[in-house]
Design a protein around this ligand. Structure first.
Ligand SMILES: [Zn+2]
Length: 209
C-alpha cells in the first residue's frame, strides 16, 4: 500500500465525521471519559473499538503481544493506574483471541530471544493449569483452552493490583475475560467467576490503604 493512501483515508474520514456532526472534533478535543479499559492483543486482526462497536472516546486501550498483564510490566501497570485512578473506568476487559500467535509461540520450544521472558508468562499460565491442559489430547483444543486460561490469569493479575482493590472498595468496578473468535467474528464472554476462583487465595494479595 502507498503510504499516501493513509492520508487520503484520513481526509475522507474527517470529512465523513464532519458531515454527520460538524462539531465532532471540537467535542473530541474537550477530553475523554471512557467507561472501558480494554487490554487486548497487538494482533492486527483484533481491533478494540471495531469489535465492540464503539467509537473514539469510548475505550481506553492497551495492546501487547498476547494481552498480558505481568505485574512488573510498567507499561500495563501504568495504563491500569491511569484508567482506574484518573479516568475512573467502570469496566476492565481482557480480550484474548483464538489463533493468538503469542500463545502459540509459548507452546513451542524455539528460542525467540527478547520474546522469551515475555512468553514465559504464558508458560507460567500453562504450569498453573497443567493438570487440566495435559488431559486435552487434541492440540487445537489445548491451544484454545490455554488462550482462555491466559485471559483468566491476566484478569486475576488485574484484580491483584492495589488500584483495582481500592476502586472495588470505593465503587463498582468489574473485570471481564473475553475471547474474540477470529473464525466467526463473535465476542465470547468467558463468564469467569472471580469470587469463586479467588476465595481461598485473595487474602495473600490483599492490599489495604
Ligand atoms: Zn494474539
Amino acid at each position: 500500500m502507498d503510504i499516501k493512501q493513509i492520508f487520503q483515508n484520513n481526509s475522507d474520514w474527517v470529512a465523513k465525521q464532519m458531515q454527520t456532526d460538524k462539531n465532532y472534533f471540537d467535542k473530541l478535543a474537550q477530553g475523554q471519559s471512557p467507561e472501558f479499559l480494554y487490554i487486548g492483543c497487538s494482533d492486527s486482526r483484533v481491533s478494540a473499538e471495531e469489535l465492540m462497536g464503539l467509537e473514539p472516546g469510548d475505550v481506553f486501550v492497551h495492546r501487547n503481544i498476547a494481552n498480558m498483564v505481568p505485574n512488573t510490566d510498567i507499561n500495563s501497570m501504568s495504563v491500569i493506574n491511569y484508567a482506574v485512578m484518573h479516568l475512573k473506568v467502570n469496566h476492565i476487559v481482557v480480550c484474548g483471541h483464538y489463533g493468538c500467535g503469542g500463545v502459540h509461540a509459548a507452546m513451542q520450544q524455539s528460542d525467540l530471544g527478547i520474546l522469551n521472558p515475555w512468553l514465559r508468562n504464558i508458560r507460567d499460565v500453562y504450569r498453573i493449569h497443567h493438570k487440566e491442559l495435559d488431559k486435552i489430547t487434541a492440540e487445537e483444543d489445548k491451544y484454545k483452552r490455554l488462550i482462555e486460561l491466559n485471559v483468566q490469569e491476566q484478569c486475576i493479575n488485574i484484580i491483584k493490583t492495589a488500584e483495582v482493590q481500592k476502586a472495588n472498595r470505593d465503587r463498582s468496578l468489574k473485570v471481564y475475560g473475553w475471547i474474540f473468535d477470529i473464525h466467526t467474528g463473535k465476542l465470547i464472554d468467558l463468564n469467569i467467576n472471580f469470587d469463586e476462583i479467588l476465595k481461598d487465595i485473595m487474602a495473600i494479595y490483599k492490599i489495604t490503604d
